[in-house]
Design a protein around this ligand. Structure first.
Ligand code: SF4
Ligand code: SF4
Length: 428
């Protein structure tokens, strides 16, 4: 005869099986719905402190976050997803491909993820909303929050835990079928869902292509990025200051982000190209007209890019990047725009234009840089322009930052091109 205690235990077991089955069915239905919304892969991970959190702390200690102080300030929030939604116990992680097959064209380049007509934050949130809604319909008491690259969440770690890929030596999450050209979007929920098996393998093997190809040697070791040397950081996050001279050549033609360590990855060679229409390249970026970007007003920049990831860089930093790229491309046709940019209101644009003109190495360019150096009142720009001239093997005129100079004529020293002003008279 069955006792009451045994009956109670059996009932609990049965309830648990029913709950787990229910959670499995619900999880599977939610994943199906996400796939119907255009995501390439979906997985579910438990809300825990990810292994990557400890790597993050070490990374911050080593100063590899450069001047992204917000990473240091918000590090505690990254320890557990409940900091974004109290009670979170499951994360639905969805990957959306953004590679639609178009190949880059010669000239200034923008990272592939920013080519489209929409901001991916908005698009992914919109596509995840019906999935979160379906979850709340099935479990009316469930809470949900959608996060796309905008909250302190270690998304790649949870992507690995959800079985979507491994953490490559280039620090990207790589999926064996889809490579690494995808965005991640997450639904946090306090509902108990069925978790997928994590990806435990690392399929890079002995390959070191990404490490070898990085133009600025931004990987101090495999899987560790020194953001201060990475072109993506320099062109997008370092917005207010000049890019260090020693990294300017390495930046090459990139004006927003960099795809090199993904372009060379063998796992991307056969990855499908099935991005939604919104990620197909917009006309203004394919090809990029660097000269037009340099001429652009702040209003025109905002009108063209305000709803895209490029807005993050901002007007001045974008034109700084363009000037450097035109210099690296040795695009002599851009000399008129670079000469004009020498007197731009932004210090970082003036410095970059001077550097670019020194790369073009035309006589008129050197003369103009020397003349601007004499007029220049910003000490940091003076130092930057001097370094550019010296690196090009050119003479640097004397200048005084504390003297307001009259518009310059041309020095009668034919090799100099500096202004006939107090700058040539040390004690004037
Ligand atoms: S994005 Fe470019 S600069 Fe940054 S690590 Fe990759 S290859 Fe290097
Ligand atoms: S290029 Fe090679 S080492 Fe780098 S992420 Fe891809 S497979 Fe790994």
């Amino acid at each position: 005869m069955i006792t009451w205690t045994a009956f109670s235990v059996l009932k609990k077991l049965r309830d648990r099986v029913v709950a787990v089955k229910g959670s499995e069915t619900l999880s599977s239905d939610l994943k199906q719905l996400a796939l119907q919304q255009g995501f390439s892969a979906v997985g579910i991970a438990p809300a825990v402190t990810p292994v990557g959190y400890h790597h993050l702390l070490e990374w911050l200690d080593r100063g590899y976050h450069a001047d992204m102080q917000w990473m240091e300030q918000r590090k505690e929030a990254r320890e557990h997803p409940r900091s974004m939604l109290p009670g979170t116990c499951s994360l639905i992680i969805a990957a959306m491909n953004y590679h639609e097959g178009t190949q880059p064209v010669a000239g200034p380049r923008v990272s592939r993820y920013a080519w489209g007509t929409s901001d991916y934050h908005t698009l992914l949130k919109t596509r995840l909303a019906p999935v979160a809604e379906a979850l709340r319909q099935r479990l009316p008491s469930a809470k949900t929050r959608i996060v796309v690259d905008s909250a302190p969440l270690l998304e790649r770690d949870f992507g690995r835990m959800a079985g979507l890929g491994w953490y490559g030596k280039n620090t990207m999450l790589i999926n064996r079928r889809f490579g690494s050209w995808f965005f991640l979007g997450t639904i946090l929920t306090d509902a108990q869902l069925h978790f997928d098996a994590p990806e435990e393998q690392q399929y890079c093997g002995t390959c070191t292509r990404c490490l070898d190809a990085c133009p600025t040697q931004a990987f101090p070791e495999p899987g560790v990025l020194d953001a201060g040397r990475c072109i993506s950081y320099l062109t997008i996050e370092q917005r207010r200051t000049a890019i260090p001279h020693e990294l300017r050549s390495g930046i090459g033609e990139w004006i927003f982000g960099c795809d090199v360590c993904q372009d060379v990855c063998p796992w991307n060679r056969f990855a499908p190209t099935q991005a939604p229409e919104e990620f197909h390249p917009r006309e203004a970026l394919h090809p990029v007209d660097g000269r037009a970007l340099l001429r652009m007003t702040a209003e025109e920049f905002s009108g063209l890019f305000s709803a895209t990831p490029l807005a993050r860089t901002g007007y001045a930093a974008m034109r700084r990047n363009v000037a450097l790229a035109l210099g690296n491309l040795r695009d002599v046709s851009a000399e008129p725009e670079l000469l004009q940019a020498l007197s731009d209101e932004s210090a970082i644009v003036r410095s970059a234009a001077a550097w670019a003109l020194c790369q073009l190495a035309t006589a008129a360019g050197f003369v103009a840089v020397r003349q601007q150096l004499i007029r220049e009142q910003d000490a940091s720009v003076q130092g930057d322009m001097s370094a550019s001239l010296l690196a090009a093997g050119e003479m640097v005129p004397e200048y005084r930052s504390d003297v307001a100079l009259t518009p310059p004529g041309v020095c009668d020293d034919g090799n100099c091109g500096a202004a006939t002003s107090a700058a040539h008279v040390p004690d004037a």
